[in-house]
Unconditional design. Structure first.
Length: 673
């Protein structure tokens, strides 16, 4: 199906958070810390308050009331302590955005700065083992005797890989309008990946009962994880609206988004692989180093894919974290799997070369019978099917593995591949279905963040009701609708679809209306390892004189359960692969070690892959039936597309040039070095 709201979007009728009208609306602008660590000595707002149009200044000088339970990320203006450069330390409310920004330049904040530390390094004395890694995995795991496995290996790899800080850059910036009614209830028009969770987090921060808060977000211009948790702009809007006694809008600038909406932690990953002469793994060790802020412990689950992928009799994974004077990392498309699989799949390529084996064949030989870490049976796997089908379609069979041999004009040409994986989970959700206007209406507080969720749920409901999609209207993006889980973790379709199918079935029984809650169903999701898998293939052309890398061909073949809508699925998968291409070649945020904070904070200096970088890119899927997942038999597709792409490109760069680049992104400078 084409997207139901597609016409509204391209004609500008679809309304985003910042675009809602309100009488007497005012504007707030976030003022950011100029130091990376220290204390605010004073805030002098008197001059600013005298400026034309300025309504209020919010800061720690007079802390606005917030709940003591507010997350430190959202507890605006409650403390004089500064945790990172770019932290929001004041807010200016004015009649116009221009007046607020003009006042920001005049606001005098003085700091008692302290020395800061913003650099992740493998010998950092502050490294420690967190109690768990996200969302609730053990920090370290060990099975079998890895030392014996490594010692017995005929072939082995010991290599360290690094991925940089990366930032989500949704097209729609983080923006909100907050409106308090006379009775003290709050409505927030927000750009969020989940209206229900956003409502709960805003209510908790403000110390309100959740019923007193409503979040409205029918259209969201991308999130990728950065809108999966409430960000401070929404709290600033609520506090500013309370202070001004008027509705208030806040939009973060692109630069501010880099500082306060989260980022993917940089990682340093050591991979040790041992294999017997036939390439069968004898040991796999994956040790990860990453960072968090001093405010909140965020421990990315980077080594978890190594617990899932290959049949190693001895397997060890570890995560170590250091708390630096930096913004708190957060979710970015396929957190954990995406950086972790760059390292594991690069190492597997190195092992294939060391063992004299084809890299596709190496992976097939290490296919496990059950999930290696847990021993659980897979609900379905089909990685081998993806590898074989991808190899066939890509034309892998006649590949000469020797590097640096193929040349066309000034270009060195190479091909590479990597595997993909991402968990297939679901979360409890509620939905209702009812007859309406000769058709049906389905209600659920799901989020369509540009994925096509509204359209997918319409198809799911139509099938459950045995009717055509044009007779079904899906209402989503509003916390007043039945509570639903986030658009995150590739769990949206699976979680919401389960509730929608159940509500539709209840309605068919009742005749007029049905209501569903999948909390109990989700509790039954045990006993199987549930993951999606895939195989990615890349062709690269490298100019050895300039170091330029082009990627004329990218192919992904995925095993993602039943595909609900082919158009939407292909968009999600090639979108993920395009983001993976950016990860491979471009995306990197640099810390300013002198001053703290990020150096490159806009789209001129933080490069993402755009249409001109993408040439022949395609994604397909193999037929997969998996009755263990949910009523639709669907796995998530939002994230797996980015997993493995960067390794496939890096492996192809090695094949083209003979140069192994283990730290992303693969820039011209690194090729030429
Ligand atoms: Mo996605 S990083 O799970 O929002």
């Amino acid at each position: 199906m084409n997207r139901i709201e597609g016409r509204d979007k391209v004609t500008g009728r679809a309304r985003y958070a910042y675009e809602y009208p309100a009488d007497g609306v005012a504007y707030a602008y976030a003022v950011q810390s100029g130091v990376a660590r220290g204390r605010i000595a004073s805030v002098d707002a008197l001059g600013v308050l005298a400026m034309p149009g300025v309504l209020a200044v919010l800061s720690c000088a007079e802390p606005p009331a917030l709940s003591a339970d507010a997350s430190p990320e959202l507890a605006l203006f409650q403390t004089r302590d500064v945790a990172y450069r770019g932290q929001i330390v004041a807010g200016i409310v004015a009649e116009t955005l221009e007046a607020a920004r003009a006042a920001e330049r005049e606001l005098r904040i003085s700091y008692e700065a302290e020395p800061h530390d913003v650099r992740l390094r493998p010998d950092h004395p502050g490294l420690y083992a967190p109690d768990k890694v996200n969302p609730n995995f053990p920090t370290d795991t060990e099975k079998g005797d890895v030392n014996a496995g490594l010692a017995a290996a005929a072939v082995s790899i010991d290599a360290t890989y690094a991925t940089p800080t990366q930032h989500n850059n949704p097209m729609e910036p983080h923006a909100a309008m907050a409106v308090w009614d006379a009775g003290g209830a709050l409505t927030v028009y927000d750009s969020t990946q989940g209206a229900s969770a956003d409502r709960d987090m805003i209510a908790a921060a403000l110390g309100l009962a959740p019923e007193r808060v409503r979040v409205v977000s029918p259209h969201v211009g991308g999130g990728f994880g950065s809108k999966g948790t409430t960000r401070p702009h929404a709290i600033l809007a609520a506090l500013a609206a309370r202070a001004a006694g008027r509705p208030v809008k806040v939009a973060l600038t692109r630069q501010q988004m880099f500082d306060v909406t989260g980022y993917r932690t940089p990682t340093i990953q050591r991979l040790r692989l041992g294999a017997d002469p036939e390439g069968r793994l004898t040991a796999l060790v994956h040790d990860v180093i990453e960072q968090s802020s001093t405010l909140v412990e965020f421990a990315e689950q980077t080594a978890t894919p190594s617990r899932v992928m290959y049949a190693a009799p001895a397997l060890r994974t570890t995560h170590r974290l250091v708390r630096l004077d930096v913004p708190t990392p957060s979710w970015m498309r396929a957190p954990g799997e995406c950086p972790g699989m760059f390292a594991l799949e690069s190492a597997m390529d190195e092992l294939a070369i060391a063992a004299g084996l084809d890299p596709v064949e190496l992976r097939v030989r290490n296919e496990p019978d059950t999930e290696p870490e847990s021993g659980l049976p897979f609900s379905s796997r089909n990685l081998v099917g993806c590898l074989r089908e991808g190899a066939r379609r890509f034309g892998w069979d006649h590949r000469d593995p020797r590097p640096g041999l193929r040349q066309e004009g000034r270009w060195l040409i190479g091909t590479g591949m990597a595997a993909s994986t991402y968990p297939a989970r679901r979360r409890p959700s509620q939905a209702t279905a009812a007859t309406a206007d000769g058709g049906f209406v389905v209600r659920i507080a799901a989020a369509d963040i540009g994925t096509g969720a509204r359209t997918a749920l319409t198809r799911i409901a139509a099938q459950a009701l045995d009717t055509s999609a044009d007779r079904v209207r899906v209402e989503l993006g509003d916390s007043a609708l039945p509570t639903a889980s986030l658009a995150g973790g590739s769990m949206g379709t699976s979680s919401w679809g389960s509730a929608v199918v159940k509500a539709c079935e209840a309605m068919l029984k009742d005749g007029h209306s049905g209501r569903a809650d999948t909390t109990e169903d989700v509790k039954g999701d045990t006993g199987f390892a549930r993951h999606a898998f895939g195989a990615q293939f890349a062709e690269v052309w490298v100019d050895p004189a300039t170091g330029e890398v082009r990627v004329p061909r990218l192919l992904g073949v995925f095993a993602v359960g039943r595909v609900i809508d082919e158009t939407l699925a292909r968009s999600q998968l090639i979108g993920g692969m395009t983001m993976g291409l950016g990860m491979a070649l471009m995306e990197e945020t640099e810390m300013d070690e002198e001053a703290g904070g990020f150096l490159n904070r806009d789209l001129a200096q933080y490069h993402v892959a755009a249409c001109a970088d993408v040439q022949d890119i395609d994604a397909m899927w193999i037929d997969e039936e998996d009755g263990h997942l949910n009523p639709m038999g669907a796995k998530g597709i939002g994230e797996i597309g980015i997993v493995g792409t960067a390794a496939a490109v890096a492996n192809a760069v090695y094949h083209a040039t003979g140069r192994r680049i283990r730290d992303l992104p693969i820039t011209p400078a690194k090729i030429l070095d």
